[in-house]
Design a protein around this ligand. Structure first.
Ligand SMILES: *Cc1c(COP(=O)(O)O)cnc(C)c1O
Length: 449
C-alpha cells in the first residue's frame, strides 16, 4: 500500500514579479555576479564560502573623491586613516600609500601604525585610554597626542619633565552641534568652558606644544550642518588663543563620522539616496573655517579622520545559501553562511544582499538568518528576496567598515579576507581561522591532561 502524502499547509502569497512597490521602485532585484570583473563563483571556489572581499579600486576611487571634495575648497588638507574602522594591514597600507596619516585610539593601534611604516610624526593618537608608556612613546616619536581629559593632561605635564622632546598636543573638544544625544563623554566640553580652561592650562604651563584642536562629533552623521557648527566653534577657540596668547595653532581636526551609503534600520529611504556627498560635508566645513575670524594668511591645516565613508563601499561578503524553510506562520526564511558574528553592522544596518546569478522573477517576503544557533542571528528581518536554493551564492554589499575589526569569534571560525588589487589580481590579506589558530592562546592545566 502506498504511503499517504504528508499534509502541508497551503500558503497564499502575492506574486510580485514585474510590479513596482509602494515607492514606485522595481521589485526585481539586481544581481551581482562579479566583483571587479572576477566572478563570484570563482572567488568562492578559490577562497571558500563565506569570504570577505575588498576592492582596492573602490578604496582608491572613494579616497580620491573625498580628497578632491576637500582640496578644491580648502587650501591645506590632510587625511588620517581611522585604524579602528578597518585595521587590516593591507588596507592601512593602501591608505598610507595614498598619503593618509594614521589615526589611532589605543596603544595596540599605535604600534600597528608604526609597524605599517608610518612615521611617528604622522600618527594622531586619540582616545580616552593612553597609558603613561604610550604617552612617553608618542612624545618621543613626535606624534600628535589629542588629550581627552584632565587626568591625561596632568600625566602629560609630569611626563614633559622627563622626556627629551616636548609633547605635541591638541585637545579633543565636544560641543552642542544640534545633534542629540551629544557625544560629551570624549574630550573637553565647549559650552561649559572646560575646553577653554584646558587650553589655558596648557599654554600657561609652557611645557607642552599646543599644535591643534580636535573634535569627532559622532558617527554616521546624516547631515553636514553639525560639522559647520563644530568647525565654527573650533575656529573661535583658535582665534581666542591667538588674541590672548599670541599663539597660532597649526591644525583643526574635524574627526570622522561621515555617513556611508548603507541604510539604517527603520530608515524610510535607502541610504544611498539620502546620505550627504563628500562635497556637501566639505562645503559645510570649509565654508565655516574660511568665513571665520581665522587669519587668512595662516589658515590651519584641516585634518580629517574619515573612516566609515572611505571603506564601507569597498567591502563585500560572498557566501552560500544553507537552507530554506517555512516559519510557523508560513513566512519564508532563508539560512545563509554569514552570521552576525562576522557581520556586526547588521545590528544597525539593513544590509543590501543580492543573488549572485540569474533567478526567477518571483520574489517573496523573506527573513534571512545566519548560521549561528542563536536567536539574535538575523541578517535581514524582512526583505523581498528571490527563491535561491541551497548552495546558491549571494553577495552582501558595503560591509568594509567596522566588520573586520568588531567581528567576534563565536561558534564558527572567521573566514579569509581577500583583496582584489587594481590590476585584478587577488591576494589573501588574512587567512581563515583554524582550530589551531583559535586555541593557540589557550592553556589546559596539567591535571586536566
Ligand atoms: C571612530 C573614529 C573616527 C572614524 O569615524 P567614522 O565614523 O568611521 O568616520 C575618527 N576619529 C575618531 C576619534 C574616532 O573615534
Amino acid at each position: 500500500m502506498s504511503e499517504k502524502l504528508k499534509y502541508e499547509r497551503p500558503i497564499i502569497t502575492k506574486i510580485t514579479a514585474g510590479v513596482t512597490d509602494k515607492f514606485g521602485m522595481q521589485s526585481k532585484m539586481p544581481i551581482i555576479t562579479a566583483i571587479d570583473n572576477i566572478p563570484v563563483e570563482k572567488l568562492i571556489k578559490d577562497y571558500g564560502s563565506p569570504s570577505f572581499i575588498l576592492s582596492e579600486k573602490t578604496i582608491k576611487k572613494t579616497f580620491n573623491d573625498a580628497k578632491r571634495a576637500f582640496t578644491t575648497r580648502y587650501p591645506n588638507v590632510q587625511f588620517a586613516w581611522s585604524y579602528k574602522t578597518n585595521y587590516m594591514n593591507a588596507v592601512c597600507r593602501i591608505f598610507h600609500k595614498e598619503g593618509s596619516w594614521a589615526e589611532v585610539v589605543s596603544g595596540f593601534e599605535y604600534d600597528k601604525a608604526l609597524r605599517n611604516g608610518v612615521a611617528g610624526n604622522k600618527i594622531i593618537f586619540n582616545g580616552p585610554d593612553k597609558s603613561k608608556e604610550d604617552l612617553i612613546k608618542a612624545t618621543e616619536n613626535g606624534s600628535y597626542i589629542h588629550i581627552d581629559h584632565f587626568d591625561e593632561l596632568y600625566d602629560l605635564l609630569s611626563i614633559a619633565e622627563t622626556t627629551e622632546k616636548r609633547p605635541k598636543v591638541a585637545i579633543r573638544v565636544n560641543m552642542d552641534t544640534g545633534i542629540y544625544p551629544q557625544w560629551d563623554r570624549f574630550g573637553f566640553n565647549y559650552e561649559n568652558g572646560e575646553a577653554w580652561n584646558a587650553l589655558n592650562r596648557i599654554l600657561i604651563s609652557k611645557k607642552l606644544d599646543l599644535v591643534g584642536l580636535h573634535t569627532h562629533i559622532g558617527t554616521y552623521m546624516m547631515t553636514p550642518t553639525p560639522y559647520a557648527v563644530a568647525a565654527s566653534k573650533l575656529a573661535e577657540l583658535a582665534v581666542r588663543l591667538d588674541r590672548k596668547f599670541n599663539h597660532k595653532i597649526k591644525y583643526i581636526d574635524m574627526g570622522g563620522g561621515f555617513a556611508s551609503k548603507n541604510t539604517l534600520k527603520g530608515a524610510y529611504l535607502p541610504g544611498k539616496d539620502t546620505c550627504p556627498t563628500f562635497d556637501e560635508y566639505a562645503e559645510a566645513i570649509s565654508d565655516a573655517l574660511i568665513n571665520s575670524e581665522l587669519d587668512p594668511n595662516e589658515m590651519p591645516t584641516l585634518f580629517l579622520e574619515t573612516g566609515r565613508a572611505l571603506i564601507d563601499d569597498a567591502g563585500y561578503i560572498i557566501g552560500s545559501v544553507l537552507a530554506n524553510k517555512r516559519l510557523a506562520n508560513g513566512r519564508r526564511s532563508m539560512i545563509i553562511d554569514t552570521g552576525v558574528n562576522m557581520l556586526f553592522t547588521s545590528f544597525w544596518y539593513e544590509h543590501e544582499i543580492y543573488p549572485a546569478k540569474e533567478f526567477s522573477s518571483h520574489a517573496e517576503d523573506t527573513t534571512i538568518y545566519g548560521p549561528l544557533c542563536m536567536n539574535i542571528d538575523v541578517i535581514r528581518s524582512a526583505v523581498k528576496f528571490p527563491l535561491l536554493q541551497k548552495g546558491d551564492h549571494y553577495v552582501i554589499k558595503r560591509i568594509g567598515a567596522y566588520n573586520m575589526t568588531q567581528w567576534m569569534q563565536f561558534i564558527t571560525l572567521r573566514p579569509k579576507i581577500v583583496l582584489i588589487d587594481t590590476e585584478g589580481n587577488t591576494h589573501i590579506i588574512r587567512e581563515n581561522e583554524t582550530n589551531e589558530s583559535m586555541t593557540a592562546l589557550e592553556k589546559v592545566p596539567n591535571y586536566l591532561n
